[in-house]
Design a binder for this molecule. Structure first.
Ligand code: TA6
Length: 294
């Protein structure tokens, strides 16, 4: 049974979001908005400071013809150009970051209490690009003082299946030139430099195009990350990842993207709870990838 005291379901949103169905949450602790297209979190504003945590491109395309630029895209069952399932490789034209960020999701449950609003969604189409349709996924959003995004994968098939995935979160930062990331260090793969491996220098500042896969190891778990940027302080907790991806396209690439304003790179930073190396799910196994934003 749904109670919808704090959650509004709307098919028409302001601006250029005519085609987008969204769920809006306003409870004692926060405001948030999720597009059913991609189960894409567009906004999260905790009441404690009233500051929007998520960056959404002013020129994002919201007519479902493209993934939404900003918010929290869900990348599943593969991340970037890595296709861990051999059958998927047989398909020539695979979309970047999987097939669930470009389809509508269904509402499975909305649970409202004094403490939080919990919304569970699942995609309408599974089993695409050679993946088993018994590889299931759900996303569970919990909106309270913080926002928790839990991407659940269940392998209901009789075969082991390898997945990669990410919660590709775009954070709002006051000024990228004065932004410091804390809690991320160690070696990383630099996608802007032929995917060679480097050691992260501290303090972690962003001063040019950045596309890094920081690999988790014994010393670097990336379970707690902080971002400081003048007026914005964001806390991030993550579980179930094997890496954290940090991305800022910088000036030239922002200018080249139709769905990003030219100067968009100045006030955004992606910090992504990611499985880039692959998680092998045994038959009937379940996995949770979690990012908690505060
Ligand atoms: O996560 C970083 C990344 O894989 C970058 O390489 C960059 O291309 C970005 O994601 C955005 O991808 P998209 O397909 O949303 O344009």
């Amino acid at each position: 049974m749904y109670t919808h005291m704090n959650t509004q379901y709307s098919t028409v949103s302001p601006g250029n979001r005519e085609q987008l169905q969204t769920l809006r949450v306003v409870n004692n602790h926060c405001k948030a908005e999720i597009a059913l297209f991609g189960a894409h979190l567009l906004s999260f504003i905790p009441s404690s400071d009233g500051k929007e945590r998520l960056w959404l491109s002013e020129t994002a395309i919201l007519d479902k013809s493209k993934p939404i630029r900003g918010g929290v895209p869900i990348c599943w069952p593969w991340f970037g150009g890595l296709y861990p399932n051999h059958k998927a490789n047989e398909h020539r034209k695979l979309p970047a970051h999987g097939f669930v960020r470009t389809q509508d999701w269904r509402i499975i449950d909305i649970e409202e209490t004094k403490e939080s609003t919990i919304i569970t969604l699942r995609p309408t189409q599974l089993g695409l690009y050679g993946f088993s349709d018994n590889l299931l996924t759900y996303v569970e959003f919990t909106f309270s003082e913080k926002c928790s995004i839990k991407l659940i994968t269940k392998n209901h098939s009789e075969q082991p299946i390898k997945i990669t995935a990410a919660l590709h979160t775009y954070f709002n930062v006051t000024d990228i030139h004065h932004t410091k990331v804390m809690g991320v260090q160690g070696r990383y793969i630099d996608k802007t430099r032929e995917s060679r491996t480097f050691e992260q220098l501290l303090p972690y500042l962003i001063s040019n195009e950045t596309d890094r896969i920081h690999l988790q190891d014994e010393d670097n778990q990336f379970e707690s990350i902080q971002v400081n940027s003048q007026h914005d302080n964001i806390s991030i907790e993550q579980h179930g990842h094997d890496s954290v991806v940090i991305w800022n396209p910088w000036q030239e690439k922002s200018e080249a993207m139709v769905d990003m304003q030219d100067k968009g790179y100045l006030d955004m930073l992606c910090i992504e709870a990611s499985i880039t190396q692959g998680t092998l799910l045994a038959a009937q196994e379940r996995h949770e990838l979690v990012q908690i934003i505060g």
